[in-house]
Design a protein around this ligand. Sequence first.
Ligand code: SF4
Length: 372
Amino acid sequence: MSLETTVKRRVKYVRSIADLDQLSEDEKSKLERVSTEYVFRANDYYLDLIDWSDPDDPIRQLIIPREDELSDWGELDASNEQAVTVARGVQHKYTDTVLLLCNEVCGAYCRYCFRKRLFMDENDEVTNDISAGLEYIAAHEEVTNVLLTGGDPLLMSTRRLTEVFEQLREIPHVRIIRIGSKMPAFDPFRILNDEELQAAFRKYSTDRQRIYLMAHFDHPTELTDEAVAGLDCAIKNGLICANQCPLIRGINDDPDVLSSLNNKLSFIGCPPYYLFQGRPTAGNEAYELPIVEGWHIFQKSLQGGSGLARRAKFCMSHETGKIEILAIDDQHIYLRYHQAKDSKNIGLFMICRRDDQAHWFDQLEVVQEIVV
Ligand code: SF4
């Protein structure tokens, strides 16, 4: 099938495990229980990427629930986003950056999601009404950078998203708008099909004030012709692209996979930006790797490729800041605050005792801090 014939495709959403003909009745009934706890959603385009004959297929791991999600582990808000929430749907953690959680739905639900609490019925942390966020941002001149997130902002209507761009562009100190989205992977037709959206990108991503698309590709299989065309369309309509993703057990915890992903992303103008250590989020135990193991995989993945393919920083998005994992030797783990909630910690270098089981900064013992 040529790309020309697929460009106008509309994906069909699948919201119930019972509708997955590829699973046995026994598997369906076991996984229904999991999806009652952590919601399931996918679409026919994305499900077609799965090799159903392979139980370990990485896309299957990414989108199909697993029984071990019900293990008792982690917190729903593992990096305490509640503590930096200044109004409903508005987070202000770093001086120059505000997050607007403007949509509570994603194109599909990644099983390892660190914001899965947002998709639960009782959650009210997200709002489509960004007026409180705009008021807050307008009153804080230090905010130059607004990240639209959720959920997935590209699931909002084009009319609403265009209004958001317009309203943000009316605030002179907001220079960068970022859209955090996995739609280029889940449903690239969202960009390819919508000329009004493309026009909004052209209008509001200007030479002096760009809109960035922070894409979320986890595995090279996601980089289909359609996905590449979707990114190309975003770029040709004025967006700057970069990729950020977590390191996930069973999906991209292989240096060759990671290296291939990052190389391909660098070829198509969406170079890697962050690789995240998974947060200790409830339901995610099966998807997580210890810091030491993850760092070795990351290091090995950096062996080949251009500087652009090796641009990612391996970080923990901790409640105190973005902590980069710089190096590990027999005795120690070396960390640095790449970004910090308390700005005096930016650049703070920390030496921790090596612990091969530790998954998260809170489990490490800091033996020395060096202020730079
Ligand atoms: S796209 Fe992002 S927010 Fe949505 S389910 Fe996946 S990880 Fe969570």
